[in-house]
Design a protein around this ligand. Structure first.
Ligand code: GLP
Length: 261
């Protein structure tokens, strides 16, 4: 296990921990989350969906011994056009992979209400709920192969808020594996904005697999740009990136400064 500091020109350092594989990523991420809880700094956990964080949630369920039951969960995004109980919805993902295994009651789980007829009102309501709960203490993020975070596709501004967005074709292709076919993948979503995400007190970005290597290198090594929304994370003062070897393969600057082993 290695920890590198990588600095993109003119912006803050990002802390990057490179681990062997997705299982190791899950252990390191769960360590970070449990440490935060045990230090009394975790009341609201922001949760990402997708394949990457699944090992983290399994580790948490196995190691938390029920002690996370009192935290709140805030999801990043939800597909527009799926009933909340659809197997491919993020409401279902958060319930099955996170809330139920951790013993967190449905009333403590917030997911953008993408079923609503008025999506702008649902987006504003979600932002209000985040504020009412005191904001997100620790936000878990994955990264899309096109550099998206949440469903903030390329072009997303640094100050964007929760809103309805059109999904990139590449995202629909990438996520087709969670549906019967790519035609079943919704075309729109309701997502926290970049500005919303940047208000989390602390951020844990997880990247796994060769498919993410280019996007991750761009996110941490190039100056921030809307072309790679994850690069806006360089503006946040407390980001830990945990990447497996395959996802870290395109990083050109490592090691700038190795810390620990
Ligand atoms: C979706 C989600 C993102 C997630 C991304 C990567 O598009 N909206 O929050 O980070 O998928 O998912 P995976 O980890 O399955 O590659």
């Amino acid at each position: 296990m290695k920890l590198y500091y990588i600095t993109a020109e003119g912006h803050r350092e990002m802390h990057i921990e490179v681990v062997a594989d997705n299982a190791a990523l899950g252990r390191v991420a769960a360590d970070r989350i449990l440490r935060s809880y045990d230090d009394g700094r975790l009341q609201v956990l922001g949760v990402a969906t997708g394949g990457t964080p699944a090992s983290t949630y399994r580790e948490l369920a196995a190691r938390s011994a029920g002690r996370l039951h009192d935290i709140r969960l805030a999801a990043l995004d939800e597909y527009v056009g799926l009933p909340a109980n659809h197997p491919g919805s993020y409401t279902t993902f958060v319930r099955q992979h996170i809330a139920e295994p951790l013993g967190i009651a449905p009333g403590q789980v917030g997911v953008p209400r993408a079923e609503a007829a008025d999506l702008a009102a649902a987006a504003a309501g979600f932002e209000q709920q985040l504020r009412d709960n005191g904001g997100v203490d620790l936000q878990i993020l994955g990264i899309g192969s096109n550099g998206h975070i949440g469903f903030n596709e390329p072009g997303s501004a640094a100050d964007s808020r929760t809103r309805a967005v059109t999904l990139a074709e590449r995202t629909r292709q990438d996520n087709a594996r969670f549906f019967d076919s790519v035609d079943d993948v919704p075309r729109e979503a309701l997502t926290q904005g970049i500005g919303t995400i940047l208000e989390a007190r602390s951020i844990l970005l997880l990247a796994s697999g060769a498919r993410k290597a280019q996007a991750l290198a761009r996110a941490v090594e190039q100056p921030p740009t809307a072309d790679c929304p994850a690069s806006w994370l360089q503006r946040h003062p407390d980001v830990l990136v945990v990447a497996d070897e395959a996802a870290a393969a395109a990083l050109s600057r490592r090691p700038l400064a190795a810390r620990g082993a």
